[in-house]
Design a protein around this ligand. Structure first.
Ligand code: NI
Length: 250
């Protein structure tokens, strides 16, 4: 159930049975010549909606712009500073907590969000720990990356080997090609040179563009097929469903 498509009485009814909610979080940043700028938000959201619909779990609106300063050398990329993203996550969590949600399960599509999201969770906990003691339930936040689910990593290895890479990966591009076939048909034939992009470390935006001229890192997304994306969606949904149940039941 999507929060945005629910009425407030429906949310109130949901809360009588469950205080868990999924919050998709991604990024808006270049993904090479054949990948969508919205890849990290679209993948996290696609999986979250699939999982929420299958198991009747409430899904919050997606946090679509993340911490992606290193991608700003490419047109279309957007970033929140770490301090801004911390504020966005805190206010998101506290808004939901006000109504009684206390198990926040973030599904993440972007590695660059991890450190900042963990800092945000610690800000939420610190604010509560520093407040006078109360009997209200504790808010718990976890973040799971769909792309590090064991089954997803196994399938990526099987399909692409090392050419999955670490940015604009074949696996994430395949998932978006499954979710958005018409747009995929438009972008997927752009030439990629070299076939497998270089590997290396990430610093600021200028450095990134010099080191990785077409935006990819270590990947060959020409290997991405929509049919692979359907498999990634199913595996990620199954594994995250189990992780969600364990989290809300703990
Ligand atoms: Ni990505």
């Amino acid at each position: 159930m999507r929060l945005q498509l629910a009425t407030w009485p429906e949310v109130e009814t949901y809360l009588k049975d469950s205080t868990g909610i999924i919050i998709p979080i991604g990024s808006t940043e270049q993904h090479g010549p054949t990948g969508f700028v919205g890849t990290d938000a679209l993948t996290a959201e696609g999986i979250a909606h699939h999982l929420g619909a299958r198991h009747g779990i409430m899904v919050a609106p997606t946090i679509s712009v993340g911490m992606a300063q290193h991608h700003l050398g490419f047109p279309g990329s957007m970033t929140l500073r770490p301090s801004t993203l911390i504020a966005v996550i805190r206010d998101t969590v506290e808004s939901l907590a006000r109504h009684g949600f206390d198990r926040m399960f973030f599904i993440n599509g972007h590695g660059g969000n991890i450190a900042t999201a963990n800092a945000a969770f610690n800000e939420v906990y610190a604010e509560r720990s520093l407040a006078p003691a109360s009997n209200r339930p504790s808010v718990r936040c976890v973040m799971r990356n769909w792309f590090t689910c064991p089954g997803v990593m196994e399938l990526a290895k099987e399909l692409y080997g090392d050419a999955d890479g670490s940015h604009a990966t074949a696996s994430e591009v395949a998932l978006t090609y499954h979710l958005f076939p018409e747009d995929a048909a438009r972008v997927r034939t752009a030439p990629l040179s070299p076939e497998i992009a270089p590997n290396g470390s990430i610093f600021d935006a200028e450095d990134y563009r010099r080191s990785f001229p077409d935006g990819r890192i270590g990947s060959n997304p020409a290997l991405a097929e929509a049919e692979h994306g359907a498999r990634f969606l199913e595996i990620a949904t199954q594994e995250l469903a189990q992780q969600y149940q364990e989290f809300v039941n703990a």
